[in-house]
Write a protein that binds this ligand. Structure first.
Ligand code: HEM
Length: 493
């Protein structure tokens, strides 16, 4: 039954509630469906029922910003899927809330930072540079098919912080398998996870159990991969020389054991929180780089302009560094525009309202699902004029300087909400206890370093007879992924 003074939206039918209308409108891209329905009902805040769950979808910048800023919207939905991927209980960072989430998130971000994650650190920049050089060497030598091209390097960048180690190129096969599993997790289930969340018995049907198998097996593979590293660390652990994040976590577990402290720390929690860091590193960050390539293939003049900018500022004798970043505004504008044109998590990660409250003058009951439609914000004609066009210039002033104000929010709340430029070097990723992407700074740094080096060294084009994906050819799941395609890579002379 519709709560009193609930935002307008489609009516509810048996089993899936209003979800029938959402599917009918656009079953492939749910975020577009929500946007269309919001326009249909002439509202910025759509109210509907996903099965029995009251749900509101925010489709404009101000409402989305308000959701990100208010603590009562910090909850997550505890459902069959979030438990099934984590040994029957909800663990990790993505799907947890309350004290467990707060305690684990604080510990994780503080200790990862000690090893250079999400901050400007010479050591971490050096680690990324090593991965960039390996990728350049691979592209210079390779003559054939390379699956999951960007994934091993990205995983290694995180691995150095988590496990104090890296996989050399001859061991990249293992990392490609981790990438494959991660892509199953993000691809196989459609964005709301809708049908599966509402009717988990669907998992028994179809080849892939309506995405369930990919989701659970994908997570499981990554968790087992990480379990091996934890096992090794436990064997060689020494209280006197903590080497990396895993050691820090083991130390915390031992401290709790000795003092009989009961809190949210456990080995299973360590496995799932690391899984929640590896999945987006192996899938979402490489997807962002791949979408950038697709957009540059469609706009070779943009690629050429970025290459000229890099030649002028960095030259060809050394790799681009983080110090160069503020002198490469066009390259930065390209990244903002890719994030805008291709919202990687178009519906962010669903929130849950933890108490009865009001939003935009409407009543939102406790436990309502709250969906920030980032795709709507990034495609709002009132904000962007021509949102369908790929046009990095929209982020530059007449003199070609980067605009200070950036209203894109690809990573959810966080620094975009603070209206920072995205160029800051050490912005706290926890943003004073707000729920934001834990990997924003890490992603922005690594994507920049990889992209700048790739464009400095190569020109990319479509091979003859092999079509490149259109800008809207995306695989929509937990996050959005690009389809496979061929690209011709020619070293620049
Ligand atoms: C281009 C790449 C990425 C994009 C577009 C992205 C985007 C997002 C978004 C929109 C959210 C939801 C935030 C919210 O609830 O408001 C999120 C959450 C999260 N992201 Fe990312 N992310 C990316 C990369 C990463 C990386 C590399 C990591 C880890 C190394 C990461 C770790 C997380 C975690 C742990 C959360 C859950 C945080 C929480 O609920 O407390 N992300 N991300």
């Amino acid at each position: 039954k519709r709560p009193p003074n609930f935002p307008p939206g489609p009516p509810s039918l048996p089993i899936y509630g209003s979800y029938w209308f959402v599917l009918l409108c656009n079953y492939k891209y749910i975020y577009k469906s929500f946007d269309t329905l919001a326009r249909w009902y002439n509202t910025k805040l759509l109210g509907l029922h996903l099965g029995p769950l009251p749900t509101v979808v925010a489709c404009d910048l101000d409402t989305v910003k308000e959701i990100f800023a208010r603590p009562e919207f910090n909850g997550r939905l505890d459902c069959y899927i979030s438990q099934a991927r984590a040994m029957g209980v909800t663990l990790g960072l993505f799907f947890t809330d309350s004290d467990l989430w707060l305690e684990q998130r604080r510990f994780t971000l503080r200790h990862l930072r000690d090893y250079g994650f999400a901050r400007r650190s010479g050591l971490q920049e050096e680690n990324v540079r090593q991965e960039v050089m390996d990728l350049l060497a691979l592209l210079n030598s390779s003559k054939g098919r390379e699956d999951y091209l960007f994934c091993p390097g990205m995983i290694n960048c995180l691995w150095s912080v988590l496990a104090g180690d890296r996989f050399p190129p001859e061991a990249h096969k293992k990392l490609r398998q981790v990438a494959e599993a991660s892509f199953h997790f993000v691809k196989d289930v459609e964005p709301t996870g809708g049908a599966l969340v509402l009717t988990p018995w669907l998992r028994h049907f179809g080849r892939n159990g309506f995405g369930f198998n990919g989701l659970v097996k994908g997570t499981g593979y990554v968790t087992e991969f990480f379990r091996e590293a934890v096992k090794d660390h436990k064997k060689n652990y020494s209280e006197d020389s903590l080497r990396d994040f895993i050691d820090d976590y083991i130390q915390e577990l031992k401290k709790n054991d000795t003092k009989n402290i009961v809190n949210s720390f456990s080995e299973d929690q360590l496995l799932l929180l690391a899984t929640d860091l590896i999945l987006p590193t192996a899938a979402t960050v490489p997807a962002m780089l791949t979408f950038t390539l697709i957009m540059l293939l469609h706009h070779p003049q943009v690629m050429l302009k970025a290459q000229k900018e890099i030649d002028g500022v960095v030259g060809r004798d050394r790799l681009p560094s983080l110090d160069d970043r503020s002198s490469l505004p066009y390259l930065e504008a390209i990244q903002r525009e890719v994030h805008r044109r291709q919202s990687l998590l178009p519906l962010s990660v669903f929130r849950r309202c933890t108490e009865d409250t009001m939003l935009n003058g409407y009543f939102i009951p406790q436990h309502t699902l709250v969906v920030p439609n980032l795709w709507s914000v990034h495609n709002d004609p009132e904000l962007w004029g021509d949102p369908e066009n790929f046009r990095p210039e929209r982020f530059l002033d007449e003199e070609g300087r980067l605009l200070r104000k950036d209203i894109t929010m690809p990573f959810g709340g966080g620094r975009s909400l603070e209206r920072l430029t995205g160029m800051e070097e050490d912005v706290p990723d926890d943003c004073r206890g707000r729920r934001v992407c834990a990997g924003e700074t890490f992603s922005r740094f690594t994507i920049y370093l990889f992209l700048a080096a790739l464009l400095q060294n190569f020109t990319f084009s479509a091979p003859e007879g092999k079509p490149i994906p259109g800008l809207d050819d995306v695989i929509s799941g937990f996050s959005v992924s690009p389809p496979d395609f061929w690209v011709k890579v020619v070293p620049r002379n």
